[in-house]
Structures are given as structure tokens and as C-alpha cells.
Design a protein around this ligand. Structure first.
Ligand SMILES: [Zn+2]
Length: 84
């Protein structure tokens, strides 16, 4: 997965499923992500790598609220782009 530091040791179905065109493509994920993948099939489909990183961060889904709070003088949130 984009932004994930773990080794991809588990195979999951890729963008292309098996069919008339031959065997499907596969992608390799770490245990955490293959679990998430199995729990919500194609959860990350259509998301940009940046959106995926945000969704995986502690502020996932709350970025707008965090920015709103920071405007009141609280500490600025970490720059996730510096961490990944
Ligand atoms: Zn992972």
C-alpha cells in the first residue's frame, strides 16, 4: 500500500480479476493491510496515495476539524508528508 513501511507478504486480488483475459492481477500487502482489505473490499479504490495516507493517519477523516482547531492557537498538526 502507498505509504506503508511493512513488507508485502500476503497476496490479495488486484485491479484485474481472473476471467477470459487470463489470470487476474495480484497485489502484495502486509498483514495489517490484507486484513483491512479483506474487511472492506476495495476500500481504497479511487483514492489518491495522499488520501490513503491521510485515511491511515491518526487524523484520518478529521483533517478539516483539526485545521479548524489549529486556527484557535493550538499546536499545528504534524506534517505527514515529512513522515512518509
Ligand atoms: Zn501495509
Amino acid at each position: 500500500m502507498p505509504g506503508c513501511p511493512e513488507h508485502g507478504e500476503f497476496r490479495a486480488p488486484g485491479e484485474r480479476l481472473g476471467g477470459f483475459d487470463g489470470p487476474g492481477s495480484y497485489r502484495w500487502m502486509c498483514l495489517e493491510h490484507v486484513r483491512a482489505f479483506n474487511a472492506g473490499y476495495n476500500f481504497f479504490a479511487g483514492m489518491t496515495p495522499e488520501e490513503i495516507v491521510e485515511a491511515q493517519g491518526p487524523y484520518g477523516g478529521c483533517e478539516r476539524e483539526t485545521r479548524a482547531f489549529s486556527a484557535t492557537g493550538a499546536d499545528a498538526p504534524p506534517k505527514w508528508s515529512d513522515l512518509f
